[in-house]
Design a protein around this ligand. Structure first.
Ligand code: FES
Length: 113
């Protein structure tokens, strides 16, 4: 079989990771999960689709980042910006300011100290 060359890998400009406390066995349990992080993933998916950014922004749910007490945690790459205490109502602001505007949302940003 020959490759057509049509199946190019489209690398996203941004990749948003949301901690949903998923365990290796698929079970979802833990702090961020109890704080409705699955709903945050859904909200990002709706915003990305609604803005026609499906090819530019990828969204993934992840396991624990080890910052549970500061969760729910959302990380945006390649900017390496870490957000904490994110709620459903913050998703639109992250999309407006950071993903489309290119500026991190300072009030939600976790510092490294
Ligand atoms: S469960 Fe989300 S950072 Fe630990």
């Amino acid at each position: 079989m020959t490759r057509s060359g049509d199946d190019k890998l489209n690398k996203p400009k941004y990749h948003v990771f949301v901690c949903t406390s998923s365990r290796v066995n698929g079970q979802q349990k833990g702090f961020c999960h109890t704080k409705s992080s699955v709903g945050i993933v859904s909200s990002f998916m709706e915003e990305i689709e609604g803005r026609g950014l499906g090819g530019e922004v990828a969204i993934s749910n992840t396991g624990c980042f080890g910052l549970c007490e500061r969760g729910p945690v959302v990380v945006v790459y390649p900017d390496n910006v870490w957000y904490g205490g994110v709620t459903d109502s913050d998703v639109e602001e992250i999309m407006d300011e950071h993903i489309e505007g290119g500026k991190a949302v300072k009030r939600l940003e976790l510092s490294s100290s």
